[in-house]
Design a protein around this ligand. Structure first.
Ligand SMILES: *[C@@H]1O[C@H](CO)[C@@H](O)[C@H](O)[C@H]1NC(C)=O
Ligand SMILES: *[C@@H]1O[C@H](CO)[C@@H](O)[C@H](O)[C@H]1NC(C)=O
Ligand SMILES: *[C@@H]1O[C@H](CO)[C@@H](O)[C@H](O)[C@H]1NC(C)=O
Length: 488
C-alpha cells in the first residue's frame, strides 16, 4: 500500500507538472503593477485551481483576497502570483485583544504557506474599510491594536521583512471641504487613529492601501459630470493651484497625497486596493461603461505617469474578479456585479490587461462544471396572476434579483418575466432542487433557455462542495490506477 500511495503521488505529480508546463507556455501579457481582487461572497464560489489557471492565462501577477481561506491560498502554491491576504472586520476585536490568537492566525495562515516558499504572500490587510462612515465607530478602537498584534506575530514567526501589514481604507477616510485636492485632510472623527496607523505604516515601510471608486462619485451625486468619472476626455477640469484635473481618480488620489503631506508623511507609498466599474444593477452600471472605464484606466497605468501630485508608476488592484451574489446590497443593487468576469469565470466585455487599449476579450475560466441545462420559470398554465407577486417576493428574498431593477439588464421583463427570472435565481441557487421550483404550483422546470436580449438566465456552476467530492473521486481513480500498475 505504501508503494501504491507513492506511485499515486508520482502519477499525480507528473500530471500536475506537465499540466502546469503546458499552461505556462501561453499567458496573456498584463501590466505587472495591476492586480485583481478576488472576493468569495458567492453561493457557488469558483474552484481555486481553475481560478489560478485563469489568472495565469491572463498574465495576472498579483491577487488581493479578503480572508485567508486555506483552500484558496494553497491553490497559489508554486505560482509566482503575489498574494495579499485579508482579515475581515468581524475578526478585528479578537486579534486586538489577544496576541496569542494573532500568533495562531499567523501560524496557520502565513507560516504554513511561506514555509518552503510555497505561496508568495506579501501583504496582510487587517480589516476591510473598517472606518467606513456608515460603520460609525464599530471598528475604530480595534483596527490599530489588531494590526499591531498581527505584526508582532509575523515578526515572531520571522517573516517581518517579507510580509507587510496594512489595512484597506475607503477613500472616505479623507475629504476636502472645497473639492480641491490641496484642501485634502483626514476626517476629524478618526484623526487620532489615522495618526497612529500612519506612524505604524511609516515605521515598517508598509503601503497606505486606499479604495477609490469613480463609479460611486457618479452614483452618489446627481449632477456629477459623467465624463469626469472616465479617463478619455478633457471636457471638465478642476483647477487646483494651476494643476488641471480632468478625471475624478486623479483628483481623489491627490486629495490623499495632500492629506498625507499635512499629516507629515509626504513620502508614504500609496497602493490602490480597489478600483473598478460594475456592469449591472444601476443605469450607469453596464458593460459599455465598464469597458470604457477599464480601457482608460489601464492605458493610464501603462503610461506609468501617475497623478499630478504622485507622478510615476503605482500599484493597483482591480475590483473585482467575479460577480458575488451574496454581497450586501445596502450600497446599491450594483454591489453584486463588480466582476470583470461573470459568476462562472466567463468574460463580460473586452479588457486589455496589457494597457495597450486593444479590443481584446480576456481568457475565461476553463474546465468549469455547470449544473444541468434546466431553468425554473413561471408556469404557462398560470392564468390568474394574483398570487404571483407574493411568490416573486419570496423568491427574491432568497436569491439575487438585482438585475431586475430600473436600468438593469433585466429591467424590462414585466410581471411574468420578473417572476420567471426570480424563480430561476431561487432554483439555481438551490442547486436545481425540484422542491425549489414549486412556488405553490406557479413554477415549472423547462429545458429551453429563457434568456431574453440583455437579460441572461444563468445556470449555476457546481458548488465548491461538489468540486471537493469530484476531486476525491479523481484521487481515488489515481489510487486505483496506481494499485493497478503496482500489481502489474
Ligand atoms: C485562518 O484564516 C481562515 C480564513 O480567513 C480563518 O477561518 C481561520 O480561523 C484562520 N486561522 C486561525 C488559527 O485564526
Ligand atoms: C385569482 O385567485 C385569487 C386567489 O386565489 C382569487 O381570490 C381570485 O378570485 C382569482 N381571480 C379570478 C379571476 O379567478
Ligand atoms: C419587475 O421588477 C422590478 C424590480 O423589482 C420592478 O421595478 C418592476 O416594476 C417589476 N415589473 C413589474 C411589471 O412588476
Amino acid at each position: 500500500m505504501a508503494r501504491a500511495e507513492f506511485s499515486m503521488v508520482a502519477v499525480c505529480l507528473i500530471i500536475v507538472l506537465t499540466y502546469n508546463q503546458v499552461k505556462s507556455v501561453k499567458g496573456g501579457e498584463s501590466l505587472s503593477n495591476v492586480g485583481v481582487n478576488w472576493g468569495a461572497l458567492a453561493s457557488h464560489p469558483m474552484d481555486p485551481y481553475i481560478v489560478t489557471n485563469m489568472l495565469k492565462d491572463n498574465g495576472i501577477k498579483k491577487v488581493k483576497l479578503f480572508d485567508a481561506d486555506p483552500w484558496t491560498v494553497s491553490a497559489f502554491a508554486g505560482t509566482d502570483i503575489e498574494i495579499m491576504v485579508g482579515i475581515p472586520n468581524d475578526q478585528l476585536s479578537k486579534f486586538a485583544n489577544s496576541l496569542s490568537d494573532a500568533e495562531d492566525w499567523v501560524k496557520e495562515n502565513i507560516t504554513k504557506h511561506l514555509q518552503n516558499n510555497l505561496v508568495n504572500i506579501r501583504y496582510v490587510a487587517v480589516g476591510n474599510e473598517p472606518f467606513l462612515k456608515s460603520y460609525g465607530a464599530s471598528f475604530v478602537k480595534t483596527t490599530f491594536p489588531a494590526m499591531q498584534n498581527i505584526l508582532k506575530a509575523i515578526d515572531k514567526a520571522g517573516f517581518g521583512d517579507k510580509v507587510k501589514v496594512t489595512t484597506a481604507l475607503n477613500a472616505d477616510v479623507y475629504e476636502s471641504n472645497s473639492n480641491k485636492p490641496s484642501d485634502g485632510d483626514f476626517r476629524n472623527d478618526i484623526r487620532d487613529v489615522m495618526n497612529q496607523i500612519l506612524q505604524f505604516l511609516h515605521d515598517r515601510n508598509s503601503p497606505f492601501l486606499v479604495n477609490i471608486y469613480p463609479f460611486l462619485s457618479l452614483y452618489q451625486s446627481e449632477g456629477f459630470p459623467e465624463d469626469f468619472a472616465f479617463f478619455d476626455t478633457q471636457s471638465r477640469t478642476i483647477d487646483d493651484k494651476n494643476v488641471q484635473y480632468s478625471n475624478v481618480f486623479d483628483a481623489n488620489l491627490d486629495t490623499l497625497v495632500w492629506a498625507l503631506k499635512k499629516a507629515g508623511y509626504p513620502e508614504m507609498t500609496i497602493v490602490v486596493g480597489e478600483i473598478g466599474w460594475p456592469t449591472d444593477g444601476d443605469k450607469n452600471a453596464n458593460t459599455k461603461n465598464a469597458k470604457r472605464f477599464y480601457q482608460g484606466f489601464l492605458k493610464k497605468m501603462a503610461t506609468k505617469k501617475g497623478t499630478p501630485m504622485l507622478p510615476g508608476p503605482m500599484n493597483v488592484y482591480l475590483f473585482s474578479l467575479f460577480d458575488e451574489n451574496l454581497k450586501s446590497i445596502e450600497p446599491g443593487n450594483f454591489e453584486r456585479h463588480w466582476g470583470i468576469f461573470r459568476y462562472d469565470g466567463q468574460s463580460k466585455f473586452p479588457i486589455d490587461f496589457s494597457g495597450n487599449g486593444e479590443d481584446k476579450w480576456p481568457e475565461g475560466a476553463k474546465g468549469v462544471r455547470y449544473q444541468e441545462n434546466k431553468w425554473c420559470v413561471l408556469s404557462k398554465e398560470v392564468k390568474n396572476m394574483s398570487l404571483v407577486p407574493e411568490a416573486l417576493d419570496y423568491a427574491c428574498a432568497g436569491a439575487d434579483c438585482t438585475s431586475l431593477g430600473y436600468g438593469s439588464s433585466c429591467g424590462n421583463l414585466g410581471i411574468a418575466g420578473n417572476a420567471s427570472y426570480a424563480f430561476n435565481q431561487y432554483f439555481q441557487t438551490r442547486d436545481q432542487s425540484v422542491e425549489a421550483c414549486d412556488f405553490n404550483g406557479l413554477a415549472s422546470i423547462v429545458t429551453t433557455d429563457p434568456s431574453d436580449g440583455t437579460c441572461f438566465f444563468p445556470i449555476e456552476i457546481e458548488s465548491a462542495g461538489d468540486m471537493i467530492t469530484s476531486m476525491r473521486l479523481v484521487t481515488s481513480f489515481f489510487i486505483g490506477l496506481s494499485i493497478f500498475f503496482v500489481t502489474l
